[in-house]
Structures are given as structure tokens and as C-alpha cells.
Ligand binder design. Structure first.
Ligand SMILES: [Zn+2]
Length: 146
């Protein structure tokens, strides 16, 4: 018998390899458990973290005794920032990463100012863009929105 609630509990402790402050559940990468399989959707195709995420999930499942549970990667529908949970957004903000928003202007995670600008499409990882606050001059990472 596969205990889905137990599996979700295990996955809630699997950190995102790029932003350890949030779990793969917070980010909405784990879609759920279906027919004994964990369904995951990578945040960005071509994101180098994708393989690590699958590996981390595999290791966590094995460690918890769910060796028979397989992982299925599903690319459609594509992951969107809407899948990040409210808890995930709060954690991202606390970590100094502006939570993605449909509003174009990213608020500064340091001072909350919306007088910000994108410096580079490429931040510390391919999934993030580099932004800077014009008020406190602090640079910060922002998830690229689809
Ligand atoms: Zn600021």
C-alpha cells in the first residue's frame, strides 16, 4: 500500500537545490502522487537544477522506504509561477528573492520599494534574473516569469 500523505510529508522536506529555503512542494514542482508515482514538473525546461531535483526526490523517497515509488516527469501543462504556494512565496521573500508576480515591477525584498530595475536576464542561475533596487541599491534575484 502506498501512503500518499506519507510521501507528501517526505517531499515537503526536499529542498530546492537552488533555493534551499523552499521545498519542491512549495515551488509546485511536485504535482502529486498518481497510481503510485510521484508526478513532477520541472520549473524551467533546460534548467540545470531539474536533474538534481529529481535526484533529491529519489534519494528522499529511498531513504523513507519508498523504493517502489517511481517518479514521472510531466512537461505539460508547463510549470508556472502560479504553482508556488503562498508559504513558498513567503519563504522566497524571507530568503531575499522577490516572489514572482504578474506585475512587471518586482518589489525589493529588502525595503519593499517598487522602484526597481532588471540589470540582467541572467542571475545567479538560468532560472533567475538579476534585479536592483533604486532606493536601497541592493541587488536581488527574481524568478523569471513565463
Ligand atoms: Zn530596496
Amino acid at each position: 500500500m502506498i501512503d500518499e500523505a506519507e510521501i507528501m510529508k517526505v517531499l515537503a522536506d526536499v529542498p530546492d537545490p537552488e533555493i534551499p529555503a523552499v521545498s519542491v512542494l512549495d515551488l509546485g514542482i511536485v504535482r502529486g502522487v498518481e497510481n503510485g508515482k510521484v508526478i513532477i514538473t520541472p520549473t524551467y525546461s533546460g534548467c540545470p537544477a531539474t536533474l538534481f531535483i529529481e535526484q533529491s526526490i529519489r534519494e528522499a523517497l529511498d531513504a523513507a522506504g519508498f523504493r517502489s515509488v517511481s517518479i514521472e516527469t510531466r512537461l505539460a501543462p508547463a510549470w508556472t509561477t502560479d504553482w508556488i504556494s503562498d508559504a513558498g512565496k513567503t519563504k522566497l521573500a524571507a530568503y531575499g528573492i522577490a516572489p514572482p508576480d504578474l506585475a512587471k515591477q518586482a518589489p525589493c525584498p529588502q525595503c519593499g520599494s517598487t522602484d526597481t530595475e532588471e540589470i540582467s536576464r541572467f542571475g545567479s542561475t538560468p532560472c533567475k534574473a538579476q534585479w536592483r533596487c533604486k532606493d536601497c541599491l541592493e541587488p536581488f534575484d527574481r524568478f523569471k516569469c513565463h
